[in-house]
Design a protein around this ligand. Structure first.
Ligand SMILES: NC(=O)c1ccc[n+]([C@@H]2O[C@H](COP(=O)([O-])OP(=O)(O)OC[C@H]3O[C@@H](n4cnc5c(N)ncnc54)[C@H](OP(=O)(O)O)[C@@H]3O)[C@@H](O)[C@H]2O)c1
Length: 326
């Protein structure tokens, strides 16, 4: 029997939307049919580039399109809740970029609305679907190299300070923690769970957005040392130190197909050899969930998304990082 082709729409046609659309074109039985921007000209250009039949000049028009099954939301963090609710209320399945929303309260509301409307909702934390990452999670869980003794993960790059840019603009949710600190925190939560306690320190730009954030997650004997920075290039690796081996997710750890294992004074390199940027894995998972009538992912569960955002809320409390209410 022919599988249903899932018809996708994209809202917010910026940098990541371009990469996602490139990868979506490689996913079987999934098709981009509509895109929406605040500008018709931008929507037309994007639709032409990625072969989308329809191009809208407002997000509201896209969610009213009965052909669209799934919407990928790629707007700045600040609008994730608003745009997710818009889609859910029009019965569109939602794959929403990370961070899912600005805080736990907003994520909880999004999940409640998804349940109320009986519609699929998932946070687009794409690393969870990448084989190199699942390899290391299996190594942690199986204790193949013994117990995990420590974890180090960092994500840092330099970008000139520009108050208008979404990375820095607090009105759009700017700052290192929410944008890239989420990845090291994600690694810690998926391999070790919620920590017993958190120590955190941050530096700030003049507008109050955090420029860097250093964290220690305490799990008792095991500790996780995590860092994000918009001030400097950092290795952007994740290093798992086990009793019998060290496993390194190479730079940039959240997307790189290369994993190095250091064991018995030998070094082995695994190459997971991705043919796409890597967004195809989450998109394929999401299309499958729709086909199967699922309303929640079994991988990126609501519980995991809530743990992730509540951990970031906890860090924000410690470093006194506040955003205006949405
Ligand atoms: N998964 C990943 O690897 C990854 C990588 C980068 C970013 N992200 C996430 O994706 C989201 C978007 O990031 P991006 O780098 O693609 O940002 P971007 O290039 O700035 O694009 C964001 C888009 O959102 C729309 N938008 C709606 N209201 C806006 C406003 N008031 N100001 C600015 N833009 C507005 C715009 O699209 P229109 O003009 O077309 O309406 C804009 O192009 C962020 O939440 C980020 O965390 C994820």
């Amino acid at each position: 029997m022919k599988r249903k082709t899932i018809q996708w729409g994209i809202i917010g046609l910026g940098r990541i939307a371009n990469k996602f659309a490139t990868d979506l074109a490689t996913v079987e039985d999934s098709q981009l049919v509509a895109v929406a921007s605040r500008s018709q000209q931008k929507a037309d250009k994007f639709a032409f580039t990625y072969n989308s039949k329809k191009a809208y000049d407002s997000y509201e028009k896209l969610v009213k399109d009965s052909q669209v099954d799934a919407v990928y939301i790629a707007t700045p963090h600040r609008f994730h809740k608003e745009h997710t609710l818009l889609c859910l209320r029009h019965k569109k399945a939602v794959l929403c970029e990370k961070p899912f929303a600005m805080n736990l309260q907003d994520v909880t509301e999004m999940v409640e609305v998804a349940k109320e409307h009986n519609v699929l909702l998932m946070e687009a934390l794409w690393t969870f679907f990448l084989p190199h990452f699942n390899y290391v999670i299996d190594v942690v869980k199986s204790e193949k190299f013994g117990k995990l003794k420590s974890l180090e993960a960092d994500f840092g790059f330099f970008h000139p300070y520009d108050i208008e840019h979404r990375l820095f603009n607090k009105q759009l949710g700017g700052g290192s923690l929410l944008d890239i600190g989420i990845y090291p925190i994600f690694v810690a939560l998926s391999s070790l769970g919620k920590p017993k306690s958190i120590a955190a320190a941050a530096t700030f730009f003049d507008n109050g957005a955090d420029s860097s954030c250093s964290l220690i997650f305490d799990y008792g004997i095991t500790k996780a040392y995590l860092k994000s920075s918009l001030l400097e290039e950092t290795p952007t690796e994740a290093i798992f130190t086990f009793e019998d081996a060290v496993v390194k997710l190479n730079t940039r750890f959240h997307e790189s197909p290369i994993v190095t294992i250091y064991k018995d004074e030998k070094e082995e390199m695994l190459d997971f050899n991705y043919k796409t940027f890597g967004y195809s894995f989450e998109a394929a998972h999401f299309s499958r969930l729709i086909r199967e009538g699922k309303k929640e992912s079994n991988i990126m569960t609501f519980e995991f998304s809530k743990n992730l955002i509540s951990t970031m809320d906890e860090v924000r409390e410690i470093i006194s990082l506040e955003y205006d209410a949405s």
